[in-house]
Design a protein around this ligand. Structure first.
Ligand code: FAD
Length: 308
């Protein structure tokens, strides 16, 4: 119930205006967000890089319905790529297609992605397309596949809670794609997504095993194992050890502020780990999705409200 409530609130304009207005909620959101400015994002990235962690930077924003705003998002990301290069950060970028104009016009969005990928290629980094709600799955995969015919530095995400993911992941792995596998963070109906967490977990492990095969890896397929769940991580490590998969053929990914000790432990064990670092002023829906994943986080906020 709490999950549904927070996912509803993530899209509610009135709640956004109410929550983002308060200094205290901004402070609470800082648990999951590096800051509102590019400088804060750079500082957070440097600190993580110094600990051996790679980074994916997300300049927060989504559901953009205005061309000028989508073009502004492209400019912001181009500036971010310049800064990644200037400071030699070990970082790539993560973007949402609805931030780059997918709701306005698909070909406009595709052109915006091309601009980012060209710049990213110039500075030897990559662009990852986040996966949003199921309304966008088909279009996201269509755009991803179109971009892959022109660029080799693009990846996208599949969500284990969708029934279709088993087929999608097999097809994309056979195409040698770069895929981030996560459980899925949106509210989806039972006719397209597993309602039970135990089934999502089972499907996560199944999809991971289907992806990480010698045949797929030989084609250049690369998996980003995005989860904080110790059971998923253990299942991944078991599969990786049993199949003698090299540490440079996959990476673990976790969100900024969640399980930092596990991130470092995996680095100590010799695995690649990338932290997803969001920043910017449009943090509200991202913050609500993090609360939906773990309603216990609400206590953290309440504690903050009463702390001086
Ligand atoms: C790098 C990365 C990128 C992602 N990109 C996308 C995307 O593009 N599209 C999408 O739909 N989803 C994305 N997600 C979110 C994902 O779908 C899940 O909603 C989220 O990761 C929680 O699932 P879990 O695998 O951590 O397992 P869960 O079973 O939800 O959690 C396992 C354990 O992890 C810890 N944990 C999990 N979430 C939180 C939290 N919010 N606060 C504190 N502790 C927590 C808790 O200890 C919990 O018991 C991404 C996740 C990661 C890590």
């Amino acid at each position: 119930m709490m999950r549904s409530l927070f996912l509803y609130l993530s899209g509610a304009g009135w709640a956004r205006a109410f929550v983002t207005h308060f200094f205290l909620s901004r402070r609470a959101a800082r648990r999951f967000i590096a800051g509102e400015t590019l400088t804060e994002a750079v500082d957070a990235t440097r600190a993580l890089n110094e600990k051996g962690l790679m980074v994916s930077l997300d300049h927060l924003g989504e559901s953009v319905r205005d061309r000028a705003m989508a073009l502004q998002a492209v400019d912001d990301y181009l500036e971010l790529l310049d800064v990644i290069h200037q400071y030699q950060l070990d970082a790539n970028i993560s973007v949402k297609l609805t931030q780059l104009g997918l709701d306005i016009d698909e070909s406009f969005c595709l052109d915006n992605m091309r601009r980012l990928l060209e710049k990213a290629k110039e500075i030897n980094t990559s662009v990852n397309i986040d996966m949003e709600s199921s309304k966008y799955t088909e279009a996201t995969l269509r755009i991803f596949r179109a971009l892959r015919t022109e660029f080799d530095n693009v990846g996208t995400v599949l969500q284990a809670y969708l029934y279709r993911t088993e087929a999608d992941i097999q097809a994309l792995a056979a195409e040698g794609a770069t895929i981030r596998l996560c459980k899925g963070a949106y509210k989806e109906p039972a006719d397209i997504a597993f309602p039970e967490k135990s089934d999502v977990d089972k499907n996560y492990i199944k999809c991971l095993q289907l992806f990480l095969t010698p045949e797929n890896l030989a084609k250049g397929a690369y998996l980003k194992i995005a989860t904080h769940d110790p059971k998923m991580i253990e299942a991944a490590l078991t599969h990786i050890r049993e199949h003698h998969i090299n540490a440079d053929q996959f990476e673990f990914q976790m969100l900024y502020g969640i399980r930092p000790e596990t991130q470092l432990e995996l680095v100590r064990q010799g695995y690649r780990v990338r932290v997803y670092v969001p920043y910017g002023t449009a943090w509200y829906p991202y913050f609500m999705r993090r609360l939906a994943e773990r309603p216990a986080n609400v206590w953290f906020i309440l504690k903050n409200l009463f702390r001086r």
